[in-house]
Design a protein around this ligand. Structure first.
Ligand SMILES: [Zn+2]
Length: 241
């Protein structure tokens, strides 16, 4: 029977610890990881070195292990270059996330069933902002509510992560495209105009210049009118999200 991968990993890790211990003449403990950015970090606690290493180091040749020891002990610049070269040669072993996985990880889901937010965003960006707005956009998640909603937050913008979120209730065939566009346009303006404190000291999220700019949206009146007539429909929408 073949040994399980976890046991094998332990064996390889012990071998690597021993190879470093003999070169450093100190106690060594190693954690092995599968990170995508930082391949190697270390700390020294008195007589013990603790290293966190990418698994590419498990079977590294002797000159690389020597470079690792020199680097950890003296911060040796030449050793550092040798390690960089080794990492460069082995970068095929570094896990890469596909854009699709990346979006899943961030829970970005812009496509929808009826209104593709990515396309809407791109078109508005081109038409109104010379494609200068760099932000991500996604549906949801919809806060869970029992019974009928009393209000609905149709969009939000996070300046920290630069993500626009649109309520999934808007992804219905009865919701006209120009209405979704207006909501997206509004959130894009939040990227342009950051919240300000007014003269009374209160935070003003929609300063006058924001509201002026918003009126330039091509279907502004029609979108507002649609909201007035159809708010009920949005409040009643069932979404899983
Ligand atoms: Zn707003």
């Amino acid at each position: 029977m073949a040994p399980e991968p976890n046991r094998l990993l332990k064996v390889w890790r012990r071998v690597l610890e021993r190879r470093l211990r003999t070169r450093l003449r100190a106690k060594v403990s190693i954690d092995i990881h599968d990170n995508t950015h930082t391949m190697l970090t270390f700390q020294r606690h008195r007589a013990r070195f603790r290293l966190r290493l990418h698994h590419m180091f498990l079977a590294a040749p002797d000159d690389v292990i020597q470079a690792l020891a020199d680097f950890v002990r003296h911060g040796d610049a030449e050793a550092s270059i040798r390690l960089d070269k080794f990492i460069e040669r082995n970068k095929a072993y570094i896990r890469r996330l596909s854009p699709e996985k990346m979006r899943k990880r961030l829970r970005l889901d812009p496509v929808g069933r009826h209104h593709d937010l990515g396309r809407i965003f791109d078109r508005l960006n081109e038409r109104y902002f010379q494609s200068r707005i760099s932000a991500a956009i996604t549906y949801g998640p919809a806060p869970r509510v029992k019974g009928p909603r009393k209000s609905i937050k149709m969009g939000s913008y996070s300046a920290d992560s630069r993500v626009i979120r649109i309520h999934p209730a808007l992804d219905q065939p009865v919701v006209p495209r120009y209405f979704v566009e207006w909501i997206v346009f509004h959130e894009m303006l939040h990227h342009v105009y950051r919240a300000k404190r007014g003269d009374d000291g209160r935070r003003c999220v929609h300063p006058p210049e924001f509201l002026d700019h918003e009126r330039r949206f091509h279907d502004f009146k029609r979108a507002q009118a649609w909201e007035d007539d159809n708010l009920d429909l949005l409040l009643r929408a069932r979404v899983d999200g």
